[in-house]
Design a protein around this ligand. Sequence first.
Ligand SMILES: [Zn+2]
Length: 66
Amino acid sequence: MKESAKAIVIQRPYIVRLICPLCEHEHEFDYDEFCDIYGEPPEWDCECIVCEECGEDIQINGQDWS
Ligand SMILES: [Zn+2]
């Protein structure tokens, strides 16, 4: 009898998406470039990004990995 095992796919993050809560403009950043600017994911909270559409400050509050 053969042993079986599931193949495990290791995913690599590549895009960080941030949607402005005011104008719903979608910002997309290259994951590596985003990390260069804002550090590793645990450090992102409370960082601010200026919305390129409406000019408001968007504060990062948590993450959703999909
Ligand atoms: Zn906006």
